[in-house]
Design a protein around this ligand. Structure first.
Ligand SMILES: Nc1ncnc2c1ncn2[C@@H]1O[C@H](COP(=O)(O)OP(=O)(O)O)[C@@H](O)[C@H]1O
Ligand SMILES: [Mg+2]
Length: 318
């Protein structure tokens, strides 16, 4: 894991005297960056981009104090990646960091999809979009699955109207509103190809890769720790096996699938404690998820390919 620091500092002994590192420390941003490192597993390239942006804003602030102005940098972003890769979570952190650096006034996140911006009837879209923008001003507007705004197959689609209003505000209010567009990478690329105006206003494209099995296991441990549960040794091994199987299944959604699996394990853990006549209500039993709590998952009773058709219709039950 990286310690938060000015990127590319040649050696750590000089970094303590580095005036930029000192400014970074006094901005309180170090704490947020350290928290990001601690509480989010993996995502090294994403974390690096966030550190780069923080450095840019800080240097910008120091420049402004001496009268050098370049205008507010454009910070609109695109977060592309599969479901459950941490896009919404990182957007929330980004909002807090931008606020701490004084880029936005409030630092809140407003998360929307097409339906929050686009109306069903003529004349409904502009007021809807403007209302959302008003709410998001001073913070981050996060538009999930942003490509649904653009539906070329419908000749008179109101999504275009929302896009045009967004473009205007992204240009005129960029010192107080950051727009983050999120969604699958290939669809975002298509969306930008057909909306060059939007593409040219997005300064940062950040890819969220799928997690590997070890990262997913670490994410599970972190989630359990925050919920004050733990796996015993056998459960840890079984959960690795679970992950390898679950990753091959349809509708696998990275860290979100981990969270869902843990929720189901908690249900089974509770039922086991209720049903076992030998249960004791001590700290260990109340906090420990054991192998049977995981092995009861239908994923372990599936006999590979033959069950996959059935699995598809009950994807919430893994
Ligand atoms: N790198 C990570 N470390 C720890 N938890 C994570 C990580 N990435 C995602 N999560 C957790 O997984 C869940 C889904 O993440 P989310 O940000 O909603 O993904 P997305 O918006 O890409 O679909 C959330 O509960 C989040 O806290
Ligand atoms: Mg999301």
């Amino acid at each position: 894991m990286h310690t938060p620091d000015i990127p590319d500092t040649p050696d750590s002994s000089s970094s303590t005297a580095n005036p930029f590192a000192l400014a970074l420390a006094s901005s309180g941003i170090c704490e947020l960056l350290a928290q990001l490192d601690r509480e989010l597993i993996g995502l090294a390239p994403v974390k690096q981009r966030i550190r780069d942006i923080a450095a840019l804003l800080l240097v910008d602030k120091l420049r402004a104090e001496r009268g050098f102005t370049a205008g507010a940098p454009s910070l609109h972003m695109c977060f592309s990646g599969n479901p459950g890769t941490g896009k919404t979570t990182v957007a929330l952190r980004m909002a807090a960091i931008l606020h701490r650096l004084g880029y936005v006034r409030k630092g809140h996140l407003v998360a929307v999809t097409r339906d929050d911006l686009v109306g069903q009837y003529i004349g409904h879209t502009a007021p809807k979009t403007k209302e959302v923008l008003k709410k998001a001003m001073g913070g981050v507007l996060f538009i999930d699955e942003a490509y649904y705004l653009y539906r070329p197959e419908n000749e008179r689609d109101y999504g275009q109207e929302a896009i045009e209003i967004l473009l205007q505000v992204m240009e005129n209010n960029r010192d107080d509103l950051v727009v983050i567009l999120a969604g699958y990478k290939d669809r975002m690329d298509q969306f930008f190809a057909s909306n060059p105006g939007m593409s040219s206003r997005i300064a940062h494209h950040i890819d969220f890769p799928d997690y590997g099995v070890n990262e997913l296991a670490q994410i599970a441990d972190l989630m359990l720790e925050t919920m004050q549960y733990r796996f015993d040794d056998e459960a840890s091994l079984v959960f690795s096996d679970y992950l390898q199987r679950r990753m091959q299944q349809p509708h696998f959604a990275n860290a979100r699938s981990v969270r869902n699996a843990l929720d189901r394990a908690r249900l089974r853990h509770a039922s086991r404690l209720m049903q076992d006549p030998l249960s004791v209500a001590d700290d260990t039993s109340l906090t420990t998820i054991t192998a049977p709590d995981l092995l009861a998952s239908r994923i372990f009773s599936d006999t590979g390919q033959t069950a996959s058709g059935k699995e598809k219709t009950s994807c919430a039950q893994h």
